[in-house]
Design a protein around this ligand. Sequence first.
Ligand code: 3PY
Ligand code: MG
Length: 248
Amino acid sequence: AADQLRSHLKAGEPVELFWFSTGSPALVEIAAAAKPQAIMLDAQHGLWTREGLEWTAGQLEGRVPLLIRTTDLGAPAVTSALDAGAIGVLAPMVETADQALAFVAAARFAPEGRRSGGGIRPLKSDFARYYMESRAQTVVGVMIETRAALENVEQIAAVPGLDFLFIGTGDLALSMGEFPVPSPAYEAALTHVREVAAAAGLPCGIFTGDEVDARRRIKEGFSIAVSANDISVVAKGFATAAPLRDTG
Ligand code: 3PY
Ligand code: MG
């Protein structure tokens, strides 16, 4: 599953993600039956505990590639995500090349980086094999979602060992003063990030709210988009049950 995701990204083929914030391994299990191309657990804003990451990664192992958006840029956040069994990590709020460089180093074992070896899942059978596979397959992305990141996006995209950029549309709009009603300057910024990524040979992802939005962005040339997130799907599902109460 892991090598598939990496080769999709390398070939510039689109990847549609399911995104999870509620911290529920059960919801992920239900959603995985729909066979998404990859799953993202949001440890930054979501309710994921370390055990939740661990159990969820366990049930997806070998079936669906798992990515984790880390709580922050620190090495402990990266370590707990990858030790749990994620095959890739996404860094929130990266604003400089130095931050991206440190994040990549935390996610990759030596000689490429300085990731610490350990964790229940990596050690459970054959750590030598895990080490080799991780070096070949781990994917590392950073989010471009502030004004400062936009200013530094060329330097960030040039960081060695980076596999993709990913635009946080909500935070970017907030940071640019383009929320809640974005102007053409905001759309131009999205295009600019995508073009900078392409020039650096990197795929560019973007946060989207649903399948329609995801397809539209992929048509524009984005490589990764979010076709469903658990909060919206569950809210929409329950909303359809509400009118029944009015008929009684
Ligand atoms: C954003 O839109 O800012 C994100 O980080 C995606 O949740
Ligand atoms: Mg964000």
